[in-house]
Ligand binder design. Structure first.
Ligand code: ASP
Ligand code: MG
Length: 482
């Protein structure tokens, strides 16, 4: 029984790629394409779009004793899955799948009634409720593959993804996972089958259901790819990969063909929503390339994320912008940065679980930027006990990311002359040395991003950027074909 690892690809499809029968058809066609190239595939799927939210709502309703509300949500989920199955399959396979769906939904209903009866929703039970989304979608996709000659076989992810017992955001136990994958999944691949499993869900050593946290299916894909030593991991989503900037702001944005893990991580932090790179760490640590691809535009080559950055003439790979930020200036009136002062300031943010995007300090003041949606009045009131506090909303952060900032001289000069007409409030060159960020007024974002993009992506390096996307834009068509 041998499997050529370099020919093994782990393919993850997000909620929109399995949102209905049509999307599942597209997913099957994409997997068929890989198999026809002689690759073996393991498929990881999210719950159908929005299902996780509905399950959480059902659990919460049951937890506050609204049994009828919880069961109504579950009834709608039952219809959606049953109807999708009917669109997807025929005959005996349809009957089998629908009876499996009914069984799952019956046990979900029992569970919701139980929660309502106890009148208390624990983290542990909450995980069990949300696990139904991926349990259902993965069984449906496996059946769809089977009917389409792809030898789909369902694997309950909870048998392989072993985690600790931190319900709601469990930590995977990688060596246990590797052993389970070798025992359960590898033989299926060797037999020419296409294993299909749900992302996001796992179980602890006692077999109790856990989850990896919201959006955790990418994490599952990386764990499966890492554990199986796959040749590649593909994250199928609904965008054409990572772009040089948001094409809605800048129509001549280019697709980035290849980007390093560190660069992708910086971008994700500063607002590019494609994927959360921490989740692909298990793949990066084993030097397995991760591709971001578009399931509605499967011909597109997407973006390849690798451990090492490609050599590139441009200092930057991408420009991200994040709006709805507030700057808080904290001025020490009395203690002039005495020992423990910074800690006292940060402790206040910590207490409200408020993430800080950027910090700059002077002898007497600290400026911090935070998301405007936080509990800012409470935070400022507490800070007011130790300092004078000023708040300024409607700010935005622009962040330029690229490994080649290192060792290039004069880049800051080029950046700030490109936006010399814009009022810049705070500047930071990230400690990682691969990002340069600054704060401006929200209303200046579009113009600043366009000016910067014009300067830094005027002559794109074709090895790293897809210039054909610019040609498309020049002809007046949309960059993204989604
Ligand atoms: N279905 C889960 C969520 O919506 C996991 C995922 O989609 O990655 O968070
Ligand atoms: Mg997702």
């Amino acid at each position: 029984m041998s499997v050529a690892r370099e020919k093994l690809v782990v393919m993850k499809f997000g909620g929109t790629s399995v949102e209905d029968a049509k999307a599942m058809e597209r997913t099957a066609a994409i997997v068929r394409g890989r198999r026809e190239r002689g690759l073996d595939a393991v498929v990881v799927v999210s719950a159908m779009a929005k299902v996780t939210d509905h399950l959480l709502a059902a659990a919460a309703a049951a937890g506050r004793d609204d049994k009828a509300g919880a069961l109504a949500i579950s009834a709608r989920l039952r219809h959606r899955h049953i109807d999708t199955a009917a669109d997807l399959l025929r005959g005996e396979r349809l009957a089998q799948l629908q009876s499996a769906i009914h069984q799952e939904l019956d046990s979900l209903d029992d569970l919701l009634r139980g929660i309502a009866a106890v009148g208390e929703l624990t983290e542990r039970t909450n995980d069990l409720v949300v696990s139904f989304g991926e349990r259902l979608s993965s069984q449906m996709v496996a059946a769809a593959f089977e009917q389409r000659g792809l030898q789909g076989v369902h694997v309950d992810a909870r048998t392989c993804i072993i985690t600790d017992s931190h319900y709601g955001k469990a930590a995977p136990l990688e060596s246990a996972i590797e052993a389970k994958l070798a025992e359960i999944v590898l033989p299926l691949i060797a037999a020419g089958q296409t294993p299909v499993m749900g992302g996001f869900i796992g179980s602890n050593a006692e077999g109790i259901t856990t989850t990896l946290g919201r959006g955790g299916s990418d994490y599952t894909a990386a764990l499966v790819g890492g554990g199986l030593h796959a040749g590649a991991i593909e994250i199928w989503t609904d965008v054409n990969g990572i772009m040089t900037t948001d094409p809605r702001i800048c129509p001549d944005a280019l697709r980035v063909k290849t980007i390093s893990f560190e660069e992708a991580a910086e971008l994700a932090y500063f607002g590019a929503k494609v994927l959360h790179p921490a989740t692909i760490l298990p793949a990066v640590q084993k030097s397995i390339p991760v591709w971001v691809l578009n399931s509605r535009n499967a011909e597109n080559e997407g973006t390849k994320i690798t451990a090492m950055a490609a050599k590139c003439a441009s200092p930057f790979k991408s420009i991200a912008a994040k709006k709805k930020l507030t700057i808080i200036d904290v001025v020490a009136s009395r203690m002039l940065m005495s020992h423990g002062y910074l800690k006292a300031v940060f402790d206040v943010f910590d207490k409200y679980k408020c993430a800080i995007d950027m910090v700059s300090t002077s002898e007497v003041s600290i400026s911090l930027t935070v998301d405007s949606n936080q509990q800012l009045p409470e935070i400022c009131e507490e800070l007011g006990r130790i300092a004078d506090v000023k708040m300024e909303g409607h700010k935005a952060l622009v962040c330029l990311v690229g490994e080649d900032i290192r060792g290039h001289n004069g880049i800051a000069g080029r950046v700030f002359s490109a936006i010399s007409h814009v009022n810049v409030r705070m500047i930071s060159q990230g400690a990682s040395e691969i990002n340069m960020s600054f704060m401006i007024d929200e209303e200046d974002v579009e113009e600043a991003v366009r000016s910067l993009h014009g300067v830094f992506f005027a002559n794109p390096d074709e090895a790293v950027f897809d210039i054909t996307t610019r040609d498309v834009a020049a002809r007046g068509q949309l960059v993204s074909k989604t």
